[in-house]
Design a protein around this ligand. Sequence first.
Ligand code: B12
Length: 473
Amino acid sequence: MRVLLVMPGFAQPLRYGPGTTLTLPPLGLEYVAANVEDLAEVRLVDNRFEPMSSVENVIQQFRPDYVGISCNLSSQIHHVNRIAEMAKKVAPDSTTVVGGFHPSLVPDETLDSPWIDIVVRREGEATFRELVQKNSPVGTKGLSYKRDGHKIHNPDRDLLTMKDLRLPARHLRSRRMSSSYQLFGFPVESVEVSRGCPYSCRFCCIPVFYGHRYRRRSVPHVMRELCSEEIQGRARDVYIVDDNFTVDGSYVSQLCDAIIRERLNMYFTAAVRVDTVAKHPALFERMARAGFFLVLLGIESFSDRALQKLHKQLRFREIKSAIRTLHSLGFIIQGNIILGADPDDTERDLESTIETAKTMDIDMPTFSLLTPYPGTDLMDGILAGRSALKLVTKDWRYYNWFTPTMQYPHLSCEQLSDALKRAYEEVPFFRNPVLTFLRSASKLGFAHHLPRLLNRARLRTLPTNLRGILSTL
Ligand code: B12
């Protein structure tokens, strides 16, 4: 049995923002691969830097029985379809399988494609394993598939127990893949500590995808991965991909203690909620000591009214206080701000959001438009006619955060597009990386940073790093 797993390229390059500064390994596919390696010969190809012609060559030569394609972003589904079409044409006997957020949340529509045979809904590890093992979708929980012109949706599969997770199959990467995963030019690894989020922000599909449950791995399990040769031999930077890393403060403290005890001397990036910073500053001090350096904040809006409508459970004063606390601890902040966060927004509101952003000390501000992804309360409300907003397109290619997809009562699509353009022009992204780094580095002292900076892995990649940092200027 042969299995080819494909990470699709982005259909459209990012128009704005830090798209070029970060490329993460295909962690989801590496988890899936780890669970079928003992059953099949597995290959992994990353179409973000391997052109379609290379993917085609691999299919031609490898002749896979299963071609598994990841599709987390709705805006990728069109491109994923093209890959599936190519697979079917080059290897007509292969079965095409897609997994990830988008197909999981609209499986029926995904199967409308003549090129896609099977959808693996939600977590892929156990479901894909069973499919490969039985070599048939019949009766396998968590699968949707087509048979004799009908779509069949097998029952859901229970969520996995995180302690039993096999570690991702990082060894399947080609040399080219290994050298391509970077954060500002530094080799970076992605690590997942938990799945799910207990909050219910209206624009987020995580609660539905993970059945409103939050699960996390044990500290020793995570440490085993962080200390593995595959990570230690390659990268000094780790990007924690969890949506909300600090859900359980005492767990995060224990993990940080273990990282400090092991003297890992790495830098970590994680997404955290603003209110957790405001409520638990001591936790962030511990994180800073463990090497957490860049934090991603979902700020979303500076208006309490908009934050309330987004069900964000957050207030503007907490945003201000979190930024102060994080800077006092030496963190560098990336914060996203939504333009048109409130359905009742007017042009004046867009203007005032941009003006307020200029006054906030966010090192790397990014801006986006409110986008109703499948499985979100926002999309459900629109489809049910409960919202003042209306869809202007259902072409998923435009669901990229930067293209207007909804009609507002008091705003036109042009006004939204113009405001987004202006925001990126007028509010600088990472205005002065060297000064920002020095300001942050001085907080915990050079003794903290030196072993993280002066090591062989880092020096080897210095020219690429400088290029990465310069590209943001
Ligand atoms: C890290 C991340 C990013 C990284 C890039 C990731 C990368 N690989 O390079 C960055 C920061 C660049 C990014 C950018 C964006 N992201 Co993003 N991102 C994530 C995040 C937080 C983690 C992804 C991840 O690694 N998960 C961990 C792995 C283990 O899980 P997984 O990939 O889901 O795989 C599992 C299953 O899905 C399934 N599976 C997946 N693929 C396949 C394939 C097969 C064959 C099978 C069998 C199973 C399977 O099995 C896997 C194991 O269980 C997710 C949310 C999340 N918690 O997952 C959002 C998420 C995917 N992103 C999202 C969005 C909207 C974006 C942006 C548009 C905006 C943004 N938030 O910045 C941009 C788009 C960038 C672009 N160029 O177009 C949305 C997607 C919604 C949608 N329907 O489109 C998500 C779901 C966040 C959310 N809360 O809504 N993102």
